[in-house]
Design a binder for this molecule. Structure first.
Ligand code: GAP
Length: 449
């Protein structure tokens, strides 16, 4: 059970101070549960998305990429079940006007009855009966704001894949089993968003739909569970903080025959929570789109001369939630041997760290800044580097530790004559002397390891 400390408050503050994540529209008082990624945050999230794309699309010959539009035909969401079924039960308190999900464990008693107690103001009998609240954002397409012009902001990227199933299959000549992957924004008008970027109203998903023969669906489901857990471990997430959660029948989404969540222990009272879902969706989506569009979506298996609707195994991860798991996992405060001041470290895996190397002249004289700048300019096309000559060297190291930079390169008194620099490892604090001609090779090997 959760045994890690709650670092969320400290992280929110660090993320703002160091330019990872800002509240949206902050100067206007902020927009509820919408966040903007600053210079370091955008790099971190991009590294996560690139790694996902590489693992799921580039390094495989059985998965194709797609970038479908956010706005889709409104019938898509009727077929998918989201118009009718993507609802949360909502209750309001007539006294304090706060809103809750009806199944919020903090509510005592039954909403709508006199015994029900508001978890915010503590009044009894003020909670309304539960009413169904659809989580999709609605807007209008074209100049008329009437019901015929309603369109939705997609609540998941998956539907863009299903409606393009045959386009992708026929244009690429892929054969079942194969998958289609995409990364993109999704929107949900969550009733109880919160916990920083854990549950937001605008977020990014990294989803893959794998189309298989019906008989093989459970074998592929097990395969993808394994692959996805291995991917999260490869990001450096602590094994002990990861686990699977199997959905009980009453937890299953309307489309799912079976589902497992990959959960991460976020610490504190949040504890283990879903970061990715692996779902066995059967032929629910393709058959519904076939029915609602009137267009056949069957796959033609030429060698066996048969047509069938493939079953789908879906892997659905949140890019923001994965970024939060990575930040929580990486955050640590520690004493430094021989120093009075401790340090805060984001111990990111080097491959996803926003800055790979800090580059410093030991002092601002004797040609050291010029040499350090030359090294920074040479490395910049290959990896993200940060030049810093401001303040004591110890402070510069600490500033990079706090944003998770795995290596700090220092040009010192020996550098010019020997054409070498020191490379400090963020985690071990050990320094190695490396020839400047070997520097890029050295860093590439350390980042890949
Ligand atoms: N297509 C299936 C689907 O969307 P989901 O379990 O609703 O499944 C998948 O969402 C993933 O998307 C979650 O595991 C989570 O990482 C992310 N996600 C869902 N809702 C989110 C929200 N409101 N804020 C941030 N991430 C969210």
């Amino acid at each position: 059970m959760p045994n890690h400390p709650d670092v969320m408050e400290k992280l929110v503050s660090l993320c703002k101070r160091r330019g990872f994540i800002f509240q949206s529209s902050e100067i206007y008082g902020g927009t509820g549960s919408v966040w903007d990624y600053g210079p370091l945050g955008v790099e971190l999230k991009k590294n996560i998305k690139d790694r996902w794309w590489h693992a799921m699309v580039r390094s495989r010959d059985d998965i194709e990429g797609l970038d479908a539009a956010i706005l889709m035909h409104p019938r898509v969401w009727e077929a998918s079940g989201h118009v009718g079924g993507f609802v949360d039960p909502l209750v309001d308190c007539k006294n304090c006007k706060k809103r809750f999900r009806a199944d919020d464990p903090k509510i005592k008693g039954t909403p709508g009855r006199p015994d029900a107690q508001c978890p915010a103001c503590g009044m009894k009998g003020t909670l309304s009966e539960a009413r169904q609240f659809n989580l999709m954002f609605k807007t209008f397409m074209g100049p008329m704001e009437d019901s015929a012009a309603v369109v939705y902001l997609r609540p998941e990227t998956a539907q863009g894949i299903y409606v393009n199933f045959l386009n992708v299959q026929q244009s690429t000549r892929q054969k079942v089993p194969f998958g289609i992957a995409q990364i993109g924004k999704a929107f949900r008008n969550e009733i109880t968003p919160g916990n920083f970027i854990f549950r937001t109203r605008e977020f990014e998903q990294m989803e893959m739909q794998f189309f298989v023969e019906p008989d093989s669906a459970m074998t592929w489901f097990e395969y993808w569970k394994g692959e996805r857990m291995a991917w999260h471990r490869s990001l450096g997430l602590d094994e002990a903080r990861l686990m699977f959660h199997r959905h009980a029948p009453d937890e299953l989404a309307h489309y799912a025959k079976a589902a497992f969540d990959v959960q991460f222990d976020f610490g504190g009272s949040l504890g283990f929570q879903e970061i990715e879902g692996v779902h066995s969706r059967g032929d629910f989506d393709l058959s519904r789109h076939q029915e609602f569009s009137g267009k056949k979506l069957e796959y033609f298996d030429q060698p066996n001369n048969k047509r069938f609707l493939p079953y789908v195994v879906e892997t659905s991860a949140g890019a923001d939630r994965t970024a939060l798991a990575i930040l929580v996992n990486a955050y640590r405060e520690e004493a430094v041997p021989g120093e009075t001041e401790g340090r805060t470290v984001l111990g990111f895996h080097p491959a996803i760290a926003p800055i790979k190397a800090g580059i410093f002249p030991l002092v601002k004289k004797d040609g050291m800044p010029e040499m350090a700048r030359r090294i920074a300019d040479d490395l910049r096309p290959l990896l993200s580097v940060f030049y810093d000559d401001g303040g004591a060297i110890g402070r510069r190291y600490r500033r990079q530790d706090e944003v998770g930079t795995p290596f700090c390169i220092t040009v010192d008194g020996e550098s010019a004559a020997a054409d070498t620099v020191t490379v400090r490892d963020r985690d071990t604090l050990r320094q190695e002397r490396v020839s400047t001609t070997k520097l890029s090779e050295y860093l590439a090997a350390r980042i890949a390891s």
